[in-house]
Structure formats: structure tokens, C-alpha cells
Write a protein that binds this ligand. Sequence first.
Ligand code: DHB
Ligand code: FE
Length: 280
Amino acid sequence: MAKITAGIATSHVPAIGAAFDQGRTQDEYWKPVFDGYEWVKQFEKLEDPDVIILCYNDHASSMMLDVVPTFALGMAEEFEVADEGWGRRPVPTVIGDPVFAAHLAEQLVIDNFDLTLMNEMAVDHGLTVPLSLMFGQREEWPVRVIPLAVNVTQFPTPSGERCWQLGAAIRDAVQSYPAGLNVQIWGTGGMSHQLQGERAGLINPEFDNAFLDKLADDPEDLRKITRLDYLREAGTEGIELIMWLIMRGALGEKVEELHRFYHVPASNTAVGHIVFRPVD
Ligand code: DHB
Ligand code: FE
């Protein structure tokens, strides 16, 4: 039986990818950020997951205004790395798991989540920057990845509660897969940040730390956070935190918090990172 063995959340700032690709991880500005991911790099070596269900958002790299899927599941054999305007990141192509993805798609649609199925999709910094942070520099990624892209860029975006429910359905879908897979679920994006408008540069450490504090044992309050609350409290891009709720919803009721990191700022963003183990 497939099993979700860990849940990981992290911010996914493009400038972190640029610093990584250009060998600037030990610069004064970037070192504290990359140091925050040393723990998880060791963890991933020991855990050696087979597949990651990677909940992130596309930033108009693959999905522009012509098609706006609310939840888009990556079904392909592989996913090219998107060119986001300054060239493709020099990281490996992402390898998918079409058979497992087909199972997830079937179970989730049966469970009333009307997914968009992506048979071709390039993946942007929302997915590749977290892979670099967890696995470092690689010729090939050591794990298969099923991308799950959530619309947080075009209104109407899904609610945090809907994302939580999707996570719970993913948990059931994984558990009904007969092959013995070591599965992780990741949620990327956030924490507080706003990239444009009068409040550009907004960071809200109180909101972020309350979110981190409640995610393990007291997530009921977080499920109730509305899209307007995210906008007000965590800035225009703070809504990316709803991907963290998919991850947490997929872990079941009880989790153990294994690791946490918070650092301000990286580019315009408050960087948060947390690692959970589901407790059966
Ligand atoms: C930044 C952060 C993001 O999450 C993103 O998608 C783009 C930019 C930033 O802080 O620069
Ligand atoms: Fe983002």
C-alpha cells in the first residue's frame, strides 16, 4: 500500500533559485536562508521518498489567462522546466509518475474534485525552487514528482477549506493505491508577501508565526482563514499559503512537527519551512 510518510512546506521565492543557480548560497544575504534547509537535506537523504505530490502554484508560466484551472494535476511522463523570462533554470527535467497520477485522478474525481488533467505542462519556480532546497544540486532529481498546481493568481481562487478537503481526499487516494510507495506531500508558497501596489514589501511575522504555531495541532482556525483575510494580513501573495493546507489536510488528524524554519526576508518574502510526520 502507498503511504504518505511526511509533509513538507516551504516558500518558493524565485530569487532563491537564482542565488542557488549562480553559486551565491554562501553570500552574507543568502547564507541564513540556505542554512535553514540543511536539516531537511539530511532528512531527505534518509527518507528517500519514491514520489512527491507537490502542491504549488503556477505564476502565469504555463497557465496564462486563456485557461485557468482551479486544481491541475500533472499526468505526464516528464515536465519541462519553464522559462520564466530569464532562461530555463539549469536544473534537471522533472520526472512524473503517470500510473500513480492516473490513480489519484480517478479517485479524486470519484471524490467530487473535478480536476484539470495536464498531459503537458512546464513547471516554474513554485515547484523547482523547493526541489533545489530539499535535494541540492543534482544531475537528476532523486524522486518522481506529481505536480498539483492550484490557482492563486486569478480570482476566484479556491478557499483554504476546499484545499484542506482536497488534501484529505488525496490521503484516501494514496492509501487505496496497491503498490508500496513511499509518498511525500509538499505545499509551497507563502508566507506573507506582496509584490505590487502601495503595500509592496509587506511582511507580517505575527500572522506567519501564528500560522506555523497552529498548523500541527490547531489547524481548525487556519481552515477558516478567508481569501480576504490572506490579502489583508499576509499581502496579495500570502494566499499561496492555501497550498500548505492541502499538505496538512493530507496528513490526517495527528502530526509530529520535526523541523521548522522562519527567516525574513528573502527578496520580498517571509520564508517559512516546516516538516511533519503523520502519526497514525
Ligand atoms: C517572490 C515571491 C514569490 O512567491 C513569487 O512567486 C515571486 C516572487 C519574491 O519575493 O520576489
Ligand atoms: Fe509564488
